[in-house]
Design a protein around this ligand. Structure first.
Ligand SMILES: Nc1ncnc2c1ncn2[C@@H]1O[C@H](COP(=O)(O)OP(=O)(O)OP(=O)(O)O)[C@@H](O)[C@H]1O
Ligand SMILES: O=P(O)(O)OC[C@@]1(O)O[C@H](CO)[C@@H](O)[C@@H]1O
Length: 307
């Protein structure tokens, strides 16, 4: 079974605004309030591929109720922990000439909440994958993801990490199966510019030296780079299309990679499916359906990169 963990899920308030002005009263041309958060998006996308998945995490308040209602409506299996105080956050995503986002803080959690989570995670076995992704709410230690991996990887649970900064860095010694920083997140983590493929590849190698197995670097409209745990490197072009909502493109990519790995374990086809899933979601109003992903598969060019 694949599990996803979203410690700080959200209702994503996705608004289309014509000619947005920061100093005027703007009005929406279209708006939707959709359950999100990186792990939830991965779970939804996996379910689009008919891959069995259970979404885990924390929810609070009436916004948490709505997140749960939407997940149930979509037929997603979930086992979220309800916390008593605070509200699951609302994240604002404005689509105008440019896209911008304001992500909320979410409820404050505590050590008891973490204990409840660990009790759930302790039931996972070597047959399972766990995707940990996104930011964590206030009150949780920055070591949360590394604490989780240090508990689970010795038991054979394959962990995938999509997080930034120390949250990601601290997990690396625990040998995550896959990490997926985007280009800018990797630059921030390594504290240097990575202007081309050669530099990105060096960056990916550095994450492997720190312990990561597969390193997938997403590059938005420029595609992606993959360094595999057996030392092969590939780049992929991204298909051309009109971007309608890139929120969740990276999560769709993680889901596509995992769905591909579960298909036949072939890394190159998993990489192709990952890029197709990311791009299909960027070209959709929401997380793309399977047929939209499959239509893009032949448009992606994969090239081998010499190490
Ligand atoms: N403008 C685009 N055109 C084509 N494909 C895109 C575009 N933006 C994103 N994608 C696809 O989605 C993948 C992931 O995108 P990106 O690098 O933006 O991830 P991310 O920053 O983690 O995304 P997010 O945080 O918004 O979910 C890319 O590798 C690419 O395949
Ligand atoms: O604040 P975080 O946890 O880093 O990111 C949260 C978020 O921006 O990520 C998803 C897209 O990847 C959205 O559904 C959600 O609003």
């Amino acid at each position: 079974m694949i599990y996803t963990l979203t410690c700080n899920p959200s209702l994503d308030y996705i608004m289309k605004v014509h000619d947005f002005s920061p100093t005027a009263v703007n009005r929406t041309a279209d708006a939707n309030l959709i359950a999100g958060g990186k792990g939830i998006n991965v779970a939804v996308m996996l379910s689009h591929f008919d891959v069995p998945v259970t979404a885990l995490g924390f929810v609070a308040g009436f916004t948490g109720d709505e997140i749960m209602r939407q997940l149930r409506q979509w037929g997603c299996t979930e086992d979220f922990i309800r916390v008593e105080d605070g509200l699951s956050r609302i994240n604002v995503k404005v689509k105008s000439d440019a896209e911008f986002e304001i992500n909320g803080a979410g409820p404050r959690l505590n050590a008891t909440d973490v204990d409840r989570l660990f009790a759930q995670l302790d039931t996972l076995t070597a047959d399972d994958y766990l995707v940990v992704s996104g930011s964590i709410p206030a009150g949780l230690p920055v070591t949360l993801y590394s604490d989780i991996l240090s508990r689970l990887t010795p038991r054979g649970v394959r962990c995938i990490v999509d997080a930034t900064g120390s949250l990601l860095n601290e997990t690396l010694p625990h040998r995550p199966l896959l990490v997926k920083p985007n280009h800018h997140e990797l630059e921030e983590l390594l504290d240097r510019p990575l202007p081309d493929i050669a530099h990105l590849l060096d960056g990916a190698k550095e994450l492997q030296q720190r312990g990561a197995r597969h390193v997938l670097i997403s590059r938005a409209g420029d595609g992606a780079l993959l360094l595999t745990d057996d030392g092969r490197a590939y780049t992929a072009s991204a298909p051309h299309g009109i971007v309608r909502n890139s929120v969740g493109a990276g999560d769709s990519m993680v889901a596509g990679f995992l769905a591909g790995l579960r298909n036949d374990g072939d890394i190159e086809s998993a990489f192709r499916l990952a890029v197709a899933a990311g791009s299909a979601s960027a070209f959709d109003d929401w997380l793309a359906p399977k047929d939209a992903v499959c239509r893009l598969l032949t448009q992606i060019e994969i090239s081998t990169v010499a190490l």
